[in-house]
Design a protein. Structure first.
Length: 288
């Protein structure tokens, strides 16, 4: 059985760790609120851009448009993976990296763009030849300019024929407790089959094809930015949940150690009493 001093040291150590976890939990709570506010404010913009894109792509037969036509079977794919720069957020980073890894295994030649240090390190270890670009230091507080930089790189590759398909892998925010790693295909734009043509009541000037060429870069940038905001909210939510669990586990451990301390102290007292009682009996026996 551990000594009383050793148990007290363990209790003090756990209490110190608990204070750190509690501080991180409070910080994550504030960051979750800020990230969700930015995410909710951006959703209307992203939804409107998507609606306009579907409207333009469904107006006429645009099968030959470079942003809509089916890619070649042997084309190179680009996969953008959004993760965190830091850990202590449960399975957030592992889940999104596994989702991306599962997608890449089903593709041919691939160029991987990572956002966040965790995804960069993951693919640098497992697929060093496929890692084309990496961005770090922007996962917690992304800006639209960050998404535009990634979008410009992808569109440059797409227009130059270096890639034929673009996928986005990120974590979708459901609520504080539920976040799911998902995959989204950005390019080429998929036309809705069976959708009613809108050319009879919508006019595009100079043409729907020109409008689509102008709109797609905004669509790609806004989609990436929206995914970055959702990933940021998911990261902070996952870290909040992890810190909450850590605080609870610390409280449970302290409670168990206090019980162990009381038992150790009681055992020590009992032993001392037995020794005193034994000594008294020995003295009495000797005198008698």
């Amino acid at each position: 059985m551990e000594s009383i001093q050793r148990v007290k040291e363990r209790i003090g150590s756990i209490k110190s760790t608990r204070q750190i976890m509690q501080s991180m939990r409070l910080v994550s709570t504030a960051k979750v609120q800020r990230a969700r506010s930015k995410m909710d404010a951006n959703r209307s913009f992203t939804e409107e851009i998507t609606r306009m894109l579907r409207l333009a792509s469904g107006s006429v037969d645009l099968r030959g448009h470079r942003f809509i036509k089916d890619p070649a079977e042997d084309c190179v794919s680009a996969v953008v993976v959004l993760s965190a720069d830091r850990g202590l957020c449960g399975g957030y980073n592992v889940n999104v990296c596994r989702q991306a890894n599962s997608l890449i295994k089903g593709l041919g030649d691939v160029k991987v763009i990572t956002v966040g240090q965790k995804a960069r390190d993951y693919f640098r270890r497992r697929m060093p030849g496929k890692l084309a670009e990496s961005y770090v230091g922007i996962s917690e507080n992304p800006f639209f300019s960050d998404a535009s930089d990634i979008s410009d790189k992808l569109l440059s590759w797409f227009r130059g024929g270096e890639i034929g398909v673009v996928y986005l892998v990120y974590t979708e925010f459901k609520n504080i407790l539920v976040q799911n790693a998902v995959m989204k295909k950005l390019l080429p734009v998929e036309q809705e089959e069976g959708a009613e043509p809108v050319s009879t009541y919508v006019n595009f000037e100079p043409s729907s094809g020109s409008f689509l060429s102008y709109l797609v870069p905004f669509y790609v940038s806004s989609s990436i930015y929206g995914a970055m905001l959702e990933s940021s909210a998911c990261e902070q939510s996952a870290r909040l949940n992890s810190m909450t669990s850590a605080v609870k586990n610390s409280d449970d451990m302290v409670e168990q150690l206090i019980l162990q301390l009381n038992r150790t102290r009681q055992a020590s007292i009992t032993q001392e009493l037995n020794e005193i009682s034994g000594g008294v009996r020995a003295i009495a026996k000797k005198q008698g």
